[in-house]
Design a protein. Structure first.
Length: 103
């Protein structure tokens, strides 16, 4: 797992053909705006969160974010424990994101 500042996260994401953007905020937060092409799995769902992660391709590279970077850091740690090869946390979360926002 790597904590990446926005510039690193965005640059790696743009150049990664194996990338999946993962938003771990609540559905309500997600509906207020999200980074384009993100999939939403709410980390606060406990076992359901883990069950949904287990359905994902562990060989892909995941770019994970939340509101501020705390929940996504936890999500990356969980993903690491579950055997995901690469998960990158967006430091500062979507609050500090300066890129595009989809609604």
């Amino acid at each position: 797992m790597a904590d990446l500042i926005q510039e690193e996260w965005a640059e790696q994401l743009e150049n990664d053909k194996n990338a999946i953007v993962l938003d771990v905020r609540t559905e309500e937060e997600f509906e207020e705006g999200y980074i384009p092409n993100a999939i939403n799995i709410d980390i606060r769902q406990g076992q359901d969160f883990i069950d949904e992660l287990e359905k994902l391709d562990k060989s892909k590279t995941y770019y994970v974010y939340c509101r501020s970077g705390a929940r996504s850091a936890k999500a990356c740690a969980i993903m690491d424990q579950l055997g995901f090869e690469e998960a990158h946390n967006l430091l500062g979360g979507i609050m500090e994101w300066e890129g595009d926002i989809a609604e």
